[in-house]
Design a protein around this ligand. Structure first.
Ligand code: FE2
Length: 273
């Protein structure tokens, strides 16, 4: 009897160890593939199967959208300005947004009700927001042109371009597919097309500005090249950036995490991940 019990316990232990090893090997495989993906990305190699773009109109209820815009126009505190070679602009990270007065208006975007709309539209039924500990889950980005001050020397406004981001693909710290969402709140520019420009399959795609206000543009930011064209004097653009994944498991690779942490520090003045 005792021999049989020992044998059963041993078999059980073996099964547990085997399943743990399988899980661990799967994790290592996913980490290696993410590492390779980021490395390929930097060389401009992207997947032709990840070039689709979705536009979800009326993302926020109209009354919420109107109130949000009112708040934003009245108060721009909390914005952190950053200037790096490939990007200039202001931003508020998710951690700060959640502590601020805008949050009651933004919270809807983190609800199942909104996520279900996104899932239905994209037909990606597992799509979720990345965890709230990632400040990029939801952040606010603010781009401005140089002040259009005619008293200033003309050279200042003519020669210094306004905020923007050069052509790039995003890095990823998630083992699952990464979906970037841009929800346009305000685009006061003199152009008909949005400053957000995408390059699916290497071909430039500009979207009509009027179709994008309160719309969520969803694309695989780590596979579709994109940029924000520099803003002209006195132009102003404010968007929310949301980050989704059907499998939002954050990497444990310390190099990738350190890189993301540095980017967060530059963008939001807060390196927390
Ligand atoms: Fe990007």
């Amino acid at each position: 009897m005792r021999y049989s019990e020992n044998k059963q316990a041993k078999t059980f232990r073996t099964v547990v160890i085997k399943s743990q090893v399988t899980e661990w090997l799967g994790r290592v495989r996913d980490e290696v593939s993410l590492y390779r993906h980021n490395k390929q990305n930097r060389k401009g190699v992207v997947s032709p199967d990840a070039q689709e773009i979705h536009v979800i109109k009326d993302a926020l209820p109209q009354s919420t959208f109107d109130e949000l815009l009112r708040h934003i126009n009245e108060n721009s505190s909390g914005l952190v300005r950053s200037e790096v070679e490939w990007r200039t602009g202001r931003a508020i990270g998710g951690h700060e947004l959640k502590q601020g007065s805008l949050w009651p208006l933004l919270e809807y975007l983190t609800t199942e009700s909104f996520l279900n709309r996104v899932r239905r539209h994209t037909k990606i039924h597992q799509l979720q927001l990345v965890p709230a500990r990632d400040t990029n889950q939801i952040s606010l980005l603010d781009y401005r042109g140089q002040p259009d001050d005619t008293d200033r020397a003309e050279t200042i406004s003519k020669e210094v371009p306004g905020d923007g981001i050069s052509w790039h693909v995003d890095g990823s710290i998630y083992l699952g597919d990464r979906w970037a969402g841009i929800l346009v709140l305000k685009e006061d520019t003199r152009e008909e097309n949005s400053k957000l420009e995408l390059r699916p399959n290497g071909e430039s795609l500009q979207l009509k500005k009027r179709d994008l206000i309160n719309s969520l543009v969803l694309f695989r930011g780590d596979h579709v090249e994109h940029r924000v064209r520099p803003l002209n004097p006195s132009e102003h653009r404010i968007v929310l950036s949301l980050l989704f994944s059907p499998n939002p498991v954050m990497t444990k690779n310390p190099l990738l995490l350190r890189y993301q942490s540095r980017v967060n520090q530059i963008f939001y003045g807060n390196s927390a991940l």
